[in-house]
Ligand binder design. Structure first.
Ligand code: GLC
Ligand code: CA
Length: 538
């Protein structure tokens, strides 16, 4: 039997920015509950909820100080139980974020571990002696600077691949692993339907060998986790794996290996940065390269022995129409084009909150407007290295994580209907025009394209199980592919560019399934308008 998550569409909620219910300017769990009806109308099957656990909030909840408590800014455990229960009534499952590569430095384990070298919790984290009075080696943190932080009191360094306040857990310790599995079972018993596993590719690390991702123990740990927690449960698991190749994706997701359901891979993320440099070293996207990566992940994994996810956006990456498309005169067509190609590929699609109404990036003028720790640390590090302020602000506007973390735009009322108070991060001023209320009132809006795509997936096995077959020689700017299952044949055609493009295929079709312009009546020698996309049944 096909597992539910192969036919599902998942919706990611960034809780801090979704819906505030009590006027403190911070989204919360009761706010999410109040929007379940909207999500049911969209048609999604599950919510991936970014962290709502107790946290000092250095990295917006990805620094957890208690895995079995809800942060008071988001509500109570009763609210959480209520969310699981209410969502079910709307046929929506809840997938929790699992952040177990590291904890917060306020987690009781770390508070204990710091007390002395022989504290029983010391080995839950990764400690090393100084080498010649310095860091043990030159491993870097993803949030700038060294990955090692010196602890004065006990005279050793601890490892943190993210902020200083996010010490890495020591997965080599079996006692720690068992505590993590117990915690996962606590959540499974509450009736959740899966886990999204934060930077899971790092847990097999070997810092002495400077091995970060894909370490030797990664897959053994995942097998063990599977066996101790979600094995034989009707759950989905998705690993955040920035460095997966198609082969590595198969290692994670081959059902015979009993690890995860699928991965998030990020190969397209490097396409608009200078080769060998960092994400902030931006360069324009080459559409041909984007097309190549999209095709690669449809053709180079064997879907009978692996599974993959499909997504354009999440809370760590910018809005796709602003980044690779057009968020001005062709905003609507462009958003629909990205949706049509993604949702008609093979894999499990994810929608990031606001994507379904075409929310855009939101540029800042100065660092004072930035909340994200990654951007702020990068800014200060690079200023010291002599970079120009204006260039750094430009990088933040192109790639910064706050772009996608702006409050959800619900209506044209004050603060976009997100809060009656002061939002924690300013609302994008374009909410007057771009908001859910306007989208729902316009039958031709981006929202209804998403709704239709979800319905097409739910009702047509060809979308879930059909083979992917590329139409060759369409040029860098046009992506065209077949999905085929038995006698069912669908053709998807998309102009990825803002220019008109020629397209020619000697094929008839019976029916247009979806499109973002007036319907084409032939495939022979046609002109595709800017960002035009459609799917037809042949
Ligand atoms: C993941 C999260 C990101 C977080 C990081 C550290 O990449 O998606 O938001 O900052 O891990 O937990
Ligand atoms: Ca609130």
């Amino acid at each position: 039997m096909t597992p539910w998550w192969k036919k599902a569409v998942i919706y990611q909620i960034y809780p801090k920015s979704f819906q505030d219910s009590n006027g403190d300017g911070i989204g919360d769990i009761p706010g999410i509950i109040s929007r379940l009806e909207y999500l049911e109308k969209l048609g999604i099957d599950a919510i991936w909820l970014s962290p709502v656990y107790l946290s000092p909030g250095i990295d917006n909840g990805y620094d957890i100080s208690d895995y079995q408590k809800i942060d008071p800014q988001y509500g109570t455990m009763k609210d959480m139980d209520n969310l699981i229960k209410e969502a079910k009534k709307h046929h929506i499952r809840i997938v929790m974020d699992l952040v177990v590569n590291h904890t917060s430095d306020q987690h009781p384990w770390f508070v204990e571990a710091k007390k002395s070298q022989d504290n029983p919790y010391r080995d839950f984290y990764i400690w090393r002696d100084p080498v010649d009075g310095h860091e043990p080696n030159d491993l870097k943190s993803a949030f700038s600077g060294s990955a090692w932080k010196f602890d004065e009191k006990t005279g050793q360094y601890y490892l943190h691949f993210f902020a200083d306040q996010q010490p890495d857990l020591n997965w080599k310790n079996p006692e720690l692993r068992n505590k993590v599995y117990d915690m996962m079972n606590y959540w499974i018993d509450k009736g959740i339907s899966g886990f999204r596993m934060d930077v899971i590719e790092l847990i097999g690390k070997d810092p002495d060998q400077k091995i970060r991702e894909n370490g030797p123990m990664l897959h053994p740990y995942l097998k063990e986790m599977n066996e101790h927690t979600f094995a034989n449960k009707d759950m989905m698991t998705v690993g955040e794996t920035w460095n997966a190749t198609p082969k590595i994706a198969e290692e994670y997701s081959d059902p015979a290996r009993h690890e995860l359901s699928m991965v998030f891979q990020f190969e397209n993320q490097a396409l608009d940065q200078e080769p060998g440099k960092e994400k902030w070293d931006v360069r324009p996207l080459d559409l041909g390269e984007l097309k190549k990566v999209l095709i690669k992940w449809q053709t180079e994994i064997d879907f009978n022995h692996a599974w993959n996810s499909l997504f354009w956006e999440n809370h760590d990456i910018p809005r796709v129409i602003s980044r690779w498309g057009n968020d001005q005169e062709y905003r609507v067509q462009c958003a629909k084009m990205f949706a049509i190609i993604l949702h008609l590929m093979r894999g499990t699609p994810y929608i990031y909150n606001g994507e379904e109404i075409g929310m855009t990036n939101c540029p800042v003028k100065s660092i004072d407007e930035v909340e994200d720790i990654e951007s702020i640390n990068m800014y200060h590090e690079r200023l010291e290295q002599g970079y120009k302020r204006a260039d750094l602000i430009n990088s933040i506007n192109v790639k910064g994580r706050d772009n996608a973390r702006r409050p959800m735009q619900w209506s044209n009322e004050e603060n976009a209907g997100f809060t009656s108070g002061n939002p924690w991060l300013k609302v994008n001023p374009n909410y007057q025009k771009i908001n859910v209320k306007a989208a729902l009132a316009d039958l031709d809006s981006i929202f209804y394209t998403y709704q239709k795509l979800i319905k097409l997936r739910h009702e047509n096995p060809v979308v879930v199980d059909g083979d992917f077959e590329l139409v060759e020689n369409t040029g860098d700017s046009v992506l065209a592919f077949w999905r085929k299952l038995g006698s069912e044949k669908w053709l998807i055609v998309a102009n990825l560019s803002g220019d008109r493009q020629r397209f020619n295929l000697d094929n008839d079709f019976k029916e247009v399934l979806i499109s973002n312009y007036e319907k084409q009546d032939s495939l022979k020698n046609i002109i595709l308008k800017p960002y035009e996309a459609f799917a037809v049944k042949a």
